[in-house]
Design a protein around this ligand. Structure first.
Ligand code: NAP
Length: 281
């Protein structure tokens, strides 16, 4: 088996299987993406989501507000989408421009349409190991590890980064798999001590090649979440070329966690759709 974990291939398999499933649906599933402003990175991510929807047969609704839009208009749109029976998933594209409160807006999204799994109610359910919509990047990481047959029970898992989008939900998911979890952040002292202790190291910091070869344990599994753009090239948070020689498995950037985030979003849309269809029968 290869040392490099291929997220692109697994994404394609997932998209293919969802496409077959959707063919049998009477009504087309619909994902609504709300964008505020015109952030170039967000435009790229939204394009990738639209492309995946198109491939699978999911209707993609892109609602774009300018930075001058009043918060109440965005709230009213979310409420309208919550009440629209033909919209099955709602996502607020992050980051938001200055002056908008992402946490407040996200929590207006109905929990059964919250396909990013970021509402307080879905995060709470995740921590209580109850069925819920799970945040896409952490869910993608778990899927990759499962696909690679990596048993997490009793293993030392170190997560570097504690954002609401990646690190925090991942803590809950890892605990649910009985891993022993250490979480590091910008105030952590002696970071290397924690990263070197990890059987599975997940890095979500946003700093190019931040994790060096001497910071990882031999034979560890390294999951690199970072996406850092420099001179039109993408780099992860891990010094990939050096670290890969030492570890058992590693995700590349691009082609590792990134594609899985899109695959998990599509999976969430279909799961949300199916639950909503069952309820309406
Ligand atoms: P974020 O919200 O900026 O969080 C960064 C985290 O890194 C924070 O918890 C911060 O600690 C921690 N940190 C910063 N400097 C550190 C240091 N010197 N030592 C240890 N920890 C440090 O970022 P994010 O949204 O989680 O994203 C992280 C990276 O992943 C970015 O490159 C982003 O583009 C990428 N990303 C990729 C995907 C994907 O699909 N592949 C999805 C989401 C994000 P504090 O909490 O103390 O500030």
């Amino acid at each position: 088996m290869s040392k490099i974990i291929d997220g692109k291939k697994l994404k394609e398999e997932i998209i293919d299987s969802l496409k077959k499933e959707v063919k049998h649906f009477m009504i087309k599933p619909c994902l609504a993406v709300i964008q505020i402003g015109d952030d170039p990175a967000s435009n790229t991510y939204i394009k990738a989501k639209a492309k995946a929807c198109d491939e699978i047969g999911i209707y993609f609704k892109h609602i774009k507000f300018t930075e001058e839009t009043k918060e109440i208009e965005v709230i009213n749109k979310i409420i309208e989408l919550n009440n629209d029976e033909y919209v099955h998933g709602i996502l607020l594209q992050l980051p938001l421009p200055d002056g908008f409160n992402a946490d407040k807006l996200i929590n207006y999204i109905a929990r059964n349409k919250d396909v990013d799994g970021l509402t307080d109610i879905n995060l709470g359910k995740l921590y209580n190991n109850k069925p819920c919509l799970i945040s896409c990047t952490p869910q993608g990481i778990m899927k990759l590890l499962e696909h690679e047959n990596i048993d997490l029970e009793g293993k030392n898992v170190t997560i570097v980064g504690r954002s609401n989008l990646v690190g925090k939900p991942l803590i809950g998911l890892m605990l649910n798999k009985n891993a022993t979890v250490t979480v590091c952040h910008s105030k952590t002292e002696n970071l290397s001590k924690h990263t070197k202790n990890a059987d599975v190291l997940v890095v979500a910091v946003g700093k190019k090649e931040f994790i060096k070869e001497n910071m990882v344990k031999e034979d560890a599994v390294v999951i690199d979440v970072g996406i850092n753009k420099e001179d039109n090239k993408l780099y992860g948070d891990v010094d990939f070329n050096k670290v890969k020689t030492k570890v058992k498995k590693i995700t590349p950037v691009p082609g590792g966690v990134g594609p899985m985030t899109v695959a998990m979003l599509m999976t969430n849309v279909i799961n949300a759709y199916q639950k909503q269809q069952k309820k309406s029968v």
